[in-house]
Write a protein that binds this ligand. Structure first.
Ligand code: SF4
Length: 341
């Protein structure tokens, strides 16, 4: 709700249901009092600069609930970036996502607030790696997860997100797919295609998300012991062991819709804790058993660096992509939109 003027009371009311336990997610009236002036200044600055803030669900609740114009997963954010009429896009997430916004909006200013940019998946593969792989596997279609740099996308045939990876792999007009960079999603892809009776040869790169690979089946067993009727929801970046034990697996948007559409006693989300915080504020009448597993890259976004980038962006915060890379990478993203629709 970036259109309203916040007060300490309204902000505390909005965020008090966040109860994951980490200091970063502790909202007392005193903390809310310090946040309110920053939030209101950001919302005023946005109007003055004709800027929008796109935020991933994994960033902190005060960004998600109070200054973001759109909150979503990679696919939803890409679509918003494609359709916006704003002059400036502030991408409160990680760098590869801001690059996707820039690819879709080359004439707009796209800035990333945090300077601690990265992602353990996107950083796991380089263009040199892909060129080598293409020599080794010349008959394969190269399908990249959206968690890749623009330069890596430029070397691939089609991009996917966690919400459309299985459907697009099924639709691709080839029986040979090289999926990169997430090995855990690659294994889940193989299992899901088998379940769908779709016979394709899938190879995958050795990357992983350092947040999602931490979950282990014992965590689920322990939580189920304590909460026998709990519904366990996992992200496809988790290992197949987790996906097999979960009651539902989906992208962050799919998980949100699933929670909204079902009525279990409680939910245990095996994904970055920002999603649980988001749901605790959006659906306060439902119970969530939290995991405090933070992505250091997503949590590098703050009200302070959003305000700073709106006032005076630095060169390091400006996303720029050379025209040759853009030309090749956009094809990879457009192919995803074409196959996903
Ligand atoms: S949660 Fe994992 S995949 Fe997402 S940005 Fe962080 S490191 Fe990358």
């Amino acid at each position: 709700m970036s259109h309203i003027t916040w007060t300490t009371e309204t902000l505390y009311e909005e965020l008090k249901s966040v109860t994951l336990g980490g200091n970063i997610c502790l909202y007392t009236p005193e903390i809310c009092e310090t946040l309110v002036p920053k939030i209101n200044r950001i919302n005023t600055l946005k109007k003055e600069k004709n800027a929008i803030i796109l935020a991933h669900s994994y960033v902190v609740p005060e960004i998600v609930r109070c200054v973001a114009d759109y909150v979503g997963d990679s696919y939803g954010l890409s679509k918003q970036a494609k359709n916006t009429t704003a002059d400036t896009i502030i991408f409160s997430a990680v760098k590869f996502m801001a690059e996707t916004a820039k690819l879709l909006n080359p004439s707009k200013n796209v800035y990333i607030p945090g300077t601690f940019n990265g992602c353990s998946l996107a950083d796991s593969i380089t263009t040199h790696d892909i060129k080598q792989l293409k020599k080794k596997y010349p008959n394969y279609v190269f399908m990249c997860y959206i968690n890749t740099t623009a330069a890596v996308k430029a070397e691939c045939d089609v991009c996917v997100t966690s919400s459309n990876v299985y459907d697009i792999a099924e639709k691709i007009d080839s029986n040979y797919i090289y999926f990169l960079p997430d090995k855990l999603m690659g294994k889940n892809l193989i299992n899901e295609l088998k379940r769908r009776n779709c016979h394709k040869t899938i190879r995958y790169w050795d990357g992983s998300c350092y947040v999602h690979e931490e979950y282990n089946p014992e965590m689920i067993d322990y939580v189920r012991l304590k909460h026998p009727n709990i519904s366990v929801l996992a992200h496809p970046e988790c290992s197949p062991d987790i996906v097999d034990r979960a009651d539902y697996t989906g992208s962050t948007s799919q998980i949100i819709n699933h929670v909204k559409d079902t009525s279990h006693d409680s939910y245990f989300l095996l994904t970055e804790c920002g999603l649980t915080s988001r749901l605790q504020t959006e659906i306060p009448n439902k119970k969530f058993v939290g995991t405090c597993t933070m992505c250091k890259y997503m949590k590098a976004n703050s009200l302070d660096n959003i305000e700073a980038v709106l006032k005076s962006p630095t060169e390091a915060q400006n996303i720029s992509i050379d025209s040759e890379t853009r030309h090749k990478a956009i094809h990879c993203i457009e192919k995803m939109f074409e196959l996903a629709e």
